[in-house]
Design a protein around this ligand. Structure first.
Ligand SMILES: [Zn+2]
Length: 398
């Protein structure tokens, strides 16, 4: 009896792992024939045909025409349609929650968002739930699930945000709550780690390199890809570099510490510094109106001295921490994403210069520091990519 139960369970597991292998092969190599899938996977043709029949039935694989004949009957070619499934990807930021319906090739099919203003705690959770419902109701294709990128310490195994300072979330079971609400699988990861997955999966990068993706926005955090996998660390907090102390007796940080990187190099810190200095700089265009993210960027672009000073000064402590990360990981690729990248090449150059001066020259010369290639939706894309891995077994080139 027990032996029969075990055999059944083993059979089910084998079947599932074959299904994932075949789907991934068609996703990566398609259009491809059944014989081609058998060759690429080492599975028998009968097993491949069996599995493909189920995948076609479930709409995950389509027959898309005939390949060239190699003497006998021309083979039917298979591929995974980009819109066979959609995924909900969400970026929970400190002032705004943005979400998107993403297809299996990382194309965004629709978007929705909610401003948080000063709402946090339960109010922010309510906004997240309402946004997710809006997107799931708008979906025109079958949904594979919901991926969430959230700031702070996230326990992906239980779907819980352990601590997100800016949102005042402590031990919030975001994943289980959204699953209960929608009946869909939910994956939740740290937002910088999601950004790293987004760049890795859908950006233009050398897949053989280790990669550090640093998100510099309202807060600062990094995601680390090593050997084609997201490295989350023993306590899930790998990449939480925003709270590294960089200024002795520096400004008080929301984490309770002082002089953290976030207090001098984040967008929030840069805006605060500009507000402090603007009173002493009546000639600055910043003195003429409300100081916002957009007015600071415009002033920076027109060469306003104060705007350039506060933005470029903020690049120095960031560059120092990047130098330490490159030295620790020996990564060749560093990608910067997030709101501060709006300051473009001059900011990037300042970060590069400081990084070069803060680490072993040879190591930095071998590495490349550049801006992300996936744009402002990088967290939504990365959260969707995580889900494609966990739900469908679709991984990305290693
Ligand atoms: Zn801090």
């Amino acid at each position: 009896m027990l032996a029969a139960t075990i055999e059944k369970a083993t059979h089910r597991l084998t079947r599932r792992s074959n299904e994932r292998l075949v789907l991934r092969t068609i996703y990566e190599l398609g259009p491809i024939s059944r014989a081609g899938v058998a060759r690429a996977t080492g599975l028998t043709r009968t097993t491949v045909s069996d599995v493909v029949e189920d995948l076609v039935g479930g709409g995950l694989v389509s027959e898309v025409g005939m390949g060239p004949s190699t003497g006998g009957k021309a083979p039917i070619l298979l591929e995974v349609p980009a819109d066979a499934r959609h995924l909900v990807g969400v970026d929970v930021d400190r002032d705004r929650i943005s979400g998107a319906l993403v297809n299996l090739r990382g194309e965004i099919r629709s978007r929705a968002s909610r401003g948080l203003a000063d709402r946090d705690g339960e109010a922010a959770s309510g906004e997240l739930a309402s946004l997710v419902l809006e997107l799931t109701h708008a979906a025109q294709e079958p949904l594979a699930g919901i991926g969430i990128g959230a700031p702070g310490l996230v326990d992906t195994a239980t779907g819980t945000v352990r601590w997100a300072v800016g949102l005042d979330w402590r031990d919030v079971p975001v994943g289980p709550r959204l699953t209960e609400l929608t009946g869909l699988p939910v994956v939740i990861i740290n937002d910088s780690q999601a950004a790293a997955m987004g760049e890795w999966a859908f950006g233009r990068h050398d897949p053989s390199s280790a990669m550090i993706v640093v998100k510099v926005g309202e807060g600062i955090g990094a995601g680390i890809i090593i050997g084609g996998r997201l490295y989350t660390g023993d306590a899930a907090g790998a990449g939480e570099v925003g709270h590294t102390r960089v200024v002795d007796d520096g400004p008080r940080c929301r984490c309770g510490g002082r002089g953290c990187l976030e207090t001098v190099a984040s967008l929030r810190a840069v805006l605060e510094r500009a507000r402090e200095l603007v009173a002493e700089s009546p000639a600055s265009v910043l003195a003429q109106g409300p100081l916002t993210r957009d007015s600071l960027r415009q002033a920076f672009e027109t060469g306003d001295a104060l705007a350039r000073q506060v933005v470029l000064e903020s690049a120095r402590p960031l560059g120092r921490v990047l130098g330490a990360m490159i030295g620790t990981l020996g990564a060749r690729e560093v990608v910067l994403v997030g709101a501060m990248t709006a300051f473009g090449q001059p900011w990037l150059d300042a970060v590069r210069t400081e990084t070069r001066d803060s680490a072993l020259r040879l190591l930095v010369e071998q590495s490349s520091i550049h801006l992300g290639t996936t744009g402002a939706d990088v967290v939504e894309l990365g959260a969707a990519a995580m889900l494609m891995g966990s739900e469908l077994g679709l991984a990305f080139p290693v």
